[in-house]
Design a binder for this molecule. Structure first.
Ligand code: ZN
Ligand code: ZN
Length: 186
């Protein structure tokens, strides 16, 4: 099954969230998902100065996995991620690559001292997953604030955008997806 998207928990992640991601990808992209075995807590990526985890180091580990039969691999973690030049990232993807990683850490309303809100959390998870998945298919940032490919610098950006691609990004997505599926069946 080469058109399968693998969802890989990195460290401990709520099963309900993983299943939600699988459902969203199926509904939005028509791609079947499988939830893989949990990867170890990413201690190797921990930066004690920043008290955060290096997203690139985790992405590298994901890429070292056996990706045979996997169209895309999405890592999901509860730890706080960063790249050196930014204070934090909600996620990171290999552009036109197979792997991406998202962090739930800053998607929880409690991170902003707000009451728990499962629906809001799941909506943020969905937008973050679709955004990173879009990058792995080769789509870059979009200038339309409502498009899921708009770059989220803060959580307000995520909340303001839709879970869908804008019409232009959607056309690109369909085109890239078709190309990827052709490549994987060769
Ligand atoms: Zn992005
Ligand atoms: Zn767009």
């Amino acid at each position: 099954m080469s058109n399968c998207v693998t969802i890989c928990p990195v460290g401990s992640v709520d099963e309900e969230i993983l299943e939600h991601i699988a459902k969203c990808i199926w509904i939005r992209c028509g791609l079947t998902c499988r939830i893989s075995k949990r990867m170890e807590n990413p201690q190797y990526a921990y930066n004690p100065t920043r008290c955060q985890y290096d997203s690139k180091a985790i992405l590298k580990r994901l890429f070292q996995r056996n990706l045979h039969g996997t169209l895309r691999l999405i890592g999901v973690t509860s730890v706080d991620l960063y790249v050196p030049i930014l204070k934090f990232v909600f996620g990171l993807a290999q552009i036109e690559g197979k792997c991406s990683i998202i962090s739930l850490h800053r998607l929880h309303p409690r991170f902003y001292d707000q009451p728990s809100n499962p629906d809001l959390l799941l909506a943020r998870v969905e937008k973050t997953v679709m955004h990173e998945l879009g990058h792995t298919f080769g789509i870059t940032h979009c200038r339309d604030r409502r498009c899921v490919m708009y770059s989220s610098v803060r959580i307000d950006d995520t909340d303001a955008k839709h879970t869908d691609f804008c019409p232009t990004c959607f056309e690109l997505f369909k085109w890239y997806l078709k190309k990827s599926l052709q490549k994987s069946s060769e």
